[in-house]
Ligand binder design. Structure first.
Ligand SMILES: NC(=O)c1ccc[n+]([C@@H]2O[C@H](COP(=O)([O-])OP(=O)(O)OC[C@H]3O[C@@H](n4cnc5c(N)ncnc54)[C@H](OP(=O)(O)O)[C@@H]3O)[C@@H](O)[C@H]2O)c1
Length: 302
């Protein structure tokens, strides 16, 4: 497949110690599965259209997992985009499996991690995975504890050539430091958005090492961001609140990569346009105060 010259969405970022660069405005594929990230999508044709339009618009970083669906999201990505463009970086994660009732069950044993990597390879139709994040901790917040055993298994799979690069998800600073002794870590994916700012210091520490920080729930996740301040700022900029929330993240730190999730073409287009919004220092200060004052939980209403 030819790679036509395309715009860099939000500028580009090169993962540390690699020649792999992605545009900072990427796409998160979790919303492509059915309701509650379970089963097939309500509208398969639209799911495929969203992926194809994202890539045609310049998105070259897609975040996924084989436990979305399960298997469904990766199968849709393969159907929509395989054979993949040379510049497309698909980042996946292992560390959960799904119960028959749709529950999210930690899957961090050696066998589960190895199976998770092979499930991703098979369902994405790849021989090697670009980046695999080890996902640990609770549903939306990290939990203390060693990650040595599961990360060592992924490092072994990397040595076998099944994985190019490793990242960590839902981790503490101590776990990142522990992980870096086991393998190079190119990115960290934790919960962070305008209203959920616990990782403020961590983002700066990672930026100093040029390690990507990829916020999950950038728009508030299952409880989309709602804030009267955000709404009035968006109105003053003739933008939507979600666009302003994404523009704020892009301006917040150069190592932040965006993976907003949507199953809607309209929302996809809206989100991609956030790259063109320039926030003044005064507006950034107002937006900063939304999360800084309250330290609200994800998606809290103000
Ligand atoms: N590492 C982890 O543990 C972890 C956890 C969660 C997510 N993730 C990754 O992070 C990505 C992003 O997270 P997320 O999708 O859960 O949450 P999100 O990006 O914060 O928000 C997605 C929600 O916002 C809605 N939305 C998107 N664009 C919108 C817009 N312009 N206006 C109004 N509503 C909009 C979506 O609904 P519509 O579909 O209707 O647009 C969906 O309900 C996921 O896709 C996944 O790849 C990782």
């Amino acid at each position: 497949m030819t790679n036509a010259k395309r715009t860099t969405l939000g500028g580009s970022f090169t993962f540390p110690g690699t020649g792999t660069a992605v545009n900072r405005m990427g796409y998160g594929a979790m919303q492509l599965a059915g309701p509650h990230v379970w089963g097939p999508p309500r509208d398969q044709a639209q799911a495929i259209a969203v992926l194809r339009e994202a890539v045609a618009a310049g998105v070259n970083h897609i975040d996924t997992s084989d436990f979305y669906g399960p298997h469904v999201t990766n199968q849709i990505i393969k159907e929509a985009l395989h054979p993949y463009r040379d510049d497309l970086v698909i980042v996946t994660k292992v560390g959960f499996r799904r119960g028959e009732d749709g529950s999210w069950i930690p899957a961090l044993s050696d066998r589960e991690l190895i199976e998770g990597v092979h499930d991703n390879l098979r369902n994405l139709g790849l021989d090697v995975l670009d980046v695999v994040n080890l996902r640990v901790g609770g549903v939306a917040a990290p939990e203390d504890g060693s990650i040595e055993a599961p990360l060592s298994i992924l490092a072994e799979l990397k040595a076998q050539g099944k994985i190019r690069e490793l990242g960590l998800s839902n981790v503490t600073a101590a776990q990142i430091a522990e992980g870096q002794k086991i393998a190079p870590i190119v990115g960290v994916q934790n919960c962070y958005n305008l209203a959920h700012r616990e990782d403020e210091d961590l983002i700066g520490t990672l930026a100093a090492e040029n390690i990507a920080y990829v916020p999950f729930f950038p728009l508030g996740g299952f409880t989309p961001l709602q804030s009267s301040e955000l709404e009035s700022i968006a109105t003053s900029l003739q933008a939507t609140p979600m666009q302003v929330a994404l523009a704020w993240l892009l301006q917040h730190s150069p190592n932040i990569l965006l993976i907003p999730g949507t199953s809607s073409l309209v929302h996809l287009r809206e989100n991609l346009q956030a790259r063109d919004i320039k926030l003044s220092a005064e507006i950034v200060e107002q937006l900063d105060s939304i999360g800084a004052v309250t330290k609200s939980p994800v998606g809290a209403t103000h």
